[in-house]
Design a binder for this molecule. Structure first.
Ligand SMILES: Nc1ncnc2c1ncn2[C@@H]1O[C@H](COP(=O)(O)OP(=O)(O)OP(=O)(O)O)[C@@H](O)[C@H]1O
Ligand SMILES: [Mg+2]
Length: 435
């Protein structure tokens, strides 16, 4: 309950309401008792004094009083007023404190002062008992309100908390997740559940559309790619001039790459990466050699110094299509964005780096370039082509494989992309494996 401020607010409202109502009620009782006490007793004492002055004293009798009442008069020496009562105002006064309590009633007639003193300890004791009961009632009412508030708040909040829990659960996004609204009555919470159903439904549809789109595209591309591959095979059997054969081999390589990419997209869409691995497995060095062979010519063509260095041995086995795509994208970027100097592919234990002597990536862009369709501010000006998708694909593959990718600026200028494999992704990690 303490985790839910709304429930606590209900309890606080309950308690405040009770404090207000029963507080006003209790004060009212106290005030009424006081008022009645004053009115009744002062009337009674006024009548008694009247009787003494107009009946007893006139007839020469001593005043007829009960044991608790005493009569004083300023003009009668035998009833002289004691000094302690001299300061009393005219009318009714309560004398509290000391070991006993008294009422005093003063009346002045023709310059003479008459005083009645009546003991009232017993009544005062009843009064105190009454006030104690009122106070106890007040405290009980507040405690009761607190307890009741807690129970009510729990009851009111229970469906809301349940709904929040259900919405938070991930499986709500599964296509077959049952709707939430039928579980709730047709009240505010029920409407909220219906609203969630609507929003989750839209989200589910959007996810499903995206998934279908990716798998449809990948699936449908496989057939034309097969046609290209078979046609190339047939062409290879024909007698071709060396330059034409070279062109044909380029088409074959490109269609192979496309087939691999289509395979990746299909796997990404199915979110079953690693589970089914039709492409077999490869080692880091093996893949690096393949990529080196693939990019060497283009690098040389641009006048770049391209090297593959081995800083540490790695015995892990990886999905060749995925590792190849990550490496190829980083190398393609290095080639694309480096005008002069070098590009290095450096193999480490448990990962690799791609370094170049290009313009580097400003620190504020180092996170955003991994997002789809985001291109660097410098490159947008220099290089027209490119969609800004390469690194986002690399990042998604790394996330699926449990690898990490990071970019750093090199002290000498240029950038360094570093991929680290996680231990789980390598089924047989070598001893001393370090990632
Ligand atoms: N080696 C690099 N040196 C300098 N900038 C780089 C380098 N690699 C990437 N970038 C910057 O990161 C941005 C995003 O790269 P990414 O590969 O995602 O997209 P792209 O290369 O622009 O387009 P695409 O790869 O889709 O053809 C690039 O536009 C570029 O600004
Ligand atoms: Mg790119």
């Amino acid at each position: 309950m303490t985790k839910q401020p709304f429930a606590r607010r209900i309890v606080i409202a309950f308690v405040l309401m009770t404090v207000l109502v029963s507080g006003v009620f209790s004060l009212g009782i106290v005030a009424v008792v006081h008022f009645i006490e004053q009115r009744l007793i002062s009337e009674e004492m006024h009548r008694e004094l009247d009787d003494i002055l107009h009946k007893d004293l006139k007839l020469g009798h001593a005043p007829r009083l009960d044991a608790k009442t005493v009569f004083y008069a300023s003009n009668l020496p035998e009833y002289a007023i004691p000094e302690r009562y001299n300061g009393l105002d005219e009318g009714f006064t309560e004398l509290l404190g000391g070991d006993r309590d008294f009422y005093a009633y003063v009346q002045e007639i023709n310059g003479a002062r008459y005083l009645l003193i009546q003991e009232q300890s017993e009544f005062e004791a009843y009064e105190r008992a009454l006030f104690d009961v009122v106070l106890a009632g007040f405290i009980l009412a507040v405690l009761g309100a607190w307890g009741l508030g807690r129970v009510m708040a729990g009851k009111v909040m229970a469906p809301v908390s349940r709904l929040a829990q259900q919405v938070r659960r991930r499986d709500q996004l599964l296509p077959l997740a049952p709707p939430l609204a039928p579980e709730y009555p047709d009240d505010e919470v029920g409407h909220l559940a219906a609203a969630f159903d609507g929003a989750l439904g839209h989200l589910r549809q959007a996810l499903e559309r995206e998934r279908l789109f990716t798998s449809d595209v990948s699936h449908e591309l496989r057939t034309p790619l097969m046609v290209i591959a078979t046609s190339c095979e047939l062409l290879q059997q024909a007698s071709l001039e060396p330059p034409q054969r070279e062109q044909l081999m380029r088409i074959v390589r490109a269609s192979d790459e496309m087939r691999e990419l289509v395979q990746i997209f299909l796997q990404l869409a199915r979110e079953k990466l690693g589970e089914t691995d039709p492409a077999g497995s490869t080692g880091l060095t093996q893949e690096a050699e393949r990529q080196y062979g693939h990019w060497r010519e283009s690098m040389a063509g641009k006048g770049l110094d391209f090297e593959c260095l081995v800083e540490g041995e790695d015995d892990g086995r990886y999905n060749p299509t995925l590792l190849g795509t990550v490496m190829a994208n980083l190398l393609r970027n290095a080639l694309h964005y480096t005008e002069r100097g070098h590009v290095r592919l450096i193999l480490e234990t448990g990962g690799f780096r791609v370094e170049d002597s290009g313009p580097g990536i400003p620190e504020e862009e180092q996170e955003s370039i991994f997002q789809p369709f985001i291109r660097g501010s410098r490159t947008r000006r220099v290089c027209g082509e490119g969609l800004g998708l390469g690194l986002s694909l690399v990042k998604r593959i790394c996330a699926h494989q449990g690898w990490s990718i990071a970019v750093n600026a090199l002290p000498a200028g240029g950038s360094c992309f570093k991929v680290e494999f996680s231990q789980e992704s390598t089924p047989n990690p070598p001893s001393g494996f370090d990632s």
